[in-house]
Design a protein around this ligand. Structure first.
Ligand code: PEP
Ligand code: MN
Length: 350
């Protein structure tokens, strides 16, 4: 990572560093911050001669040589001061709440409009709504592109930014063209490197936020962070890490709840952790406790399935979705807990 003496390199300076790193098989990825632009060296930056040549440039303040497979996502990275803004809030200043339906019913848009109004009223910052769905059963409802219009209409009605999962490049393009604010990478695609790369490339020049779910069978945390690095390496570090339970399941729960990895992630990365309690436990009655546990572990946000009338929902909603009343109570309780243990407060005591 190259940190220039000025707020950004001139085109000539950029051309010079690009030439130097190019000689060693690397490329430069500018990462534009509010004040200063830093320049990630993408590739194997361990060559001492390359570093020496860069350090010799009089417009370079220093070269950050983090030896990490996820050097941008690493807590020691210069991106550690990066702040993500979304839905009128800033991650780290308050608890982020993403809420809404698992799956939008294209035959019944009113349900999403009512859900959108209800989650806004309950205090959510972002509306989620599944347009295309990754279904284990190939004969189950797979989602419908028509739902994208419904989601954007819900955005227009409420002003809430919207989150939808994309599973391939075609969906990615449709979602971005429609103006979706948050792209969700689902648990099944968390290790789909070509999709991660395509998303990274597509959001590079945008403010779009990416919610990266933890893979169903993901093991070491480095695997999760490296997946995030694939996206960040194209220049947009607006990435939220989303533990959502893993397999094998804990008997009685849908998955094995993994909100407890939050402090472990926070030791390695600056990226906000937004836990999804809904897919973790898989039953509406267990979701509030799991949400509270996530915040107790230090989560920066929650992604919760909610529906104005869960029994009328499709996808996971009849089982998992919270009613607006339970959602409002869960938001209120988790906010109180978040205030008690503001990020870093408990750790500072330990
Ligand atoms: C979802 O959010 O509805 C979903 C399918 O999530 P996951 O990828 O975590 O299973
Ligand atoms: Mn779901």
């Amino acid at each position: 990572m190259i940190l220039p003496k000025t707020n950004r390199l001139t085109p000539e300076q950029l051309a010079e560093v690009t030439q130097i790193v190019g000689d060693f098989g690397c490329r430069i990825q500018p990462i534009v911050g509010a004040v200063r632009t830093i320049y990630a060296i993408v590739g194997d930056e361990r060559d001492d001669l390359m570093i020496t040549r860069l350090e010799g440039l009089n417009f370079v303040e220093r070269i950050d040589k983090i030896q990490s497979p996820f050097k941008l996502m690493d807590k020691r990275s210069d991106l550690a001061s990066h702040r993500i803004h979304l839905g009128g809030m800033t991650l780290g200043d308050e608890l982020l709440i993403i809420a809404g339906q698992c799956t939008i019913d294209p035959k019944n848009p009113t349900l999403l409009y009512e859900t959108a109004a209800a989650v806004k009223e309950a205090g959510a910052h972002v509306l989620r709504g599944g347009v295309w769905k990754p279904r284990t059963n190939p004969y189950a409802f797979q989602g419908d592109a028509k739902s994208l219009d419904i989601l954007m209409e819900a955005h227009r009605r409420t002003g809430l930014p919207v989150d939808a999962e994309v599973m391939d490049e075609q969906q990615l393009k449709l979602a971005l063209d429609a103006g979706v604010h948050m792209l969700q990478v689902g648990a099944r695609n968390a290790l789909n490197y070509s999709l991660l790369r395509a998303i990274g490339r597509a959001v590079a020049e945008r403010e779009t936020v990416v919610l990266l779910k933890r893979g169903l069978h993901m093991g070491p945390l480095n695997e999760f962070l490296s997946a995030a690095e694939y996206i960040a390496s194209f220049g947009n570090p607006n990435i939220l890490l989303c533990p959502r339970g893993t397999s094998p399941t804990l008997d009685g729960y849908r998955n094995h709840p993994d909100e407890s990895i939050t402090p472990l992630l926070k030791e390695k990365t600056w990226a906000p952790v937004v836990v999804d309690p809904s897919h973790s436990v898989g039953r509406a009655s267990y979701v509030p406790a799991c949400a509270l546990a996530a915040v107790a572990y230090g989560a920066d946000g929650l992604c919760i399935e909610a529906h104005v009338k869960p029994s009328a929902g499709i996808g996971d909603d009849p089982k998992q979705a919270l009613t607006p009343e339970v959602l409002a109570e869960t938001i209120s309780q988790t906010r109180q807990l978040w205030t008690l243990r503001r990020p870093g407060k408990v750790e500072a005591l330990a």
